[in-house]
Ligand binder design. Sequence first.
Ligand SMILES: [Zn+2]
Length: 343
Amino acid sequence: MSTKHVSVAIDWKKEGKQVGDIRVQWSDNLVPLGYHSVPIVYFNQGKGPKILLIGGVHGDEFEGPSSLMRLVQDIEPKKVTGKIIIIPALNRPAISVSERNSHLDGKNLNRVFPGKENGTPTDLISYHIEKVVLPDCDVVIDLHSGGKAYYFSPCTLVTDVADQDVLQASLAMAREFALPTLWKLGEHNDDRSVNSAAARNSVPMIAAELGGGGGSSPQWTNASVEGLYRCLKHLGVYDAMSSKDVVAGKRIERTVQTMDLKHSLNAPGRGLFDRMCKAGTYIQKGDIAGYFHWLEEPERQSLTLQFPTSGFILAHINRGMVNRGELLYLITQETKFNFLKFT
Ligand SMILES: [Zn+2]
């Protein structure tokens, strides 16, 4: 399991728990010779599906890495039936400086898939995941949050793929993960993400947005741990339900979709956004979204920003000073999956 500039220091056949590195060959002032490490943990016991659990695709989102590190500590290797790969900090360079993008090349890992065999570190990581790791897995779970810049109403993401077997397997995991909102990814979602890489490889996948703010919130980190254990039990790989305080999941309350990017609200200039609403609430067309103050030019009249459409606020910006074009609110509409069996 290696690509031209990336190798993995794990013995895939050996049973038990191993900790190793995804070794990214990249020479810079920090590591002139050698490799940049992306830590990887592998549980292998008996016959069963191979599950890939990812966190830290963005380096300022810590709820996912926190929940995955709890699993790394707590999973008992002998109770595993199958294979669990945990990569708690896939964009380790970005995580190490608590920034969304890699400080090695400035790139956003979730905007470069399928990556490049001869690219910069972020290209190399994404290429290796899409071409080698993902195709060999039966299921992928990728954990995100709003990071420093946004707060997401906690939601599970499923791509609306044409392959009904893949879609049903993904939806079944979303039901087990059991966050309040299910976000259906359609034509308005980026095709350079982990979600798209999984869709291209026909691998069932869920992602999650676990709040945000740039730290690790206990409520959604705990929910993530419980969701992960429910998924692992559902997949027949690991049963923590009897030994841990894992409760049954609640029902998904709503399914939403980004119908039109023009429904969302962007900053009209460089200034202070005085926010009036929050993620997780329903709004009507014309409601006041907030006030926009020209903080650096206070002689100018402040603007009253109104929502261009009714809908559900999936995310709001977590910043005060904003730049022209920055997303202030992500507005979605309720929808459903055509073949949703479990609602
Ligand atoms: Zn993210």
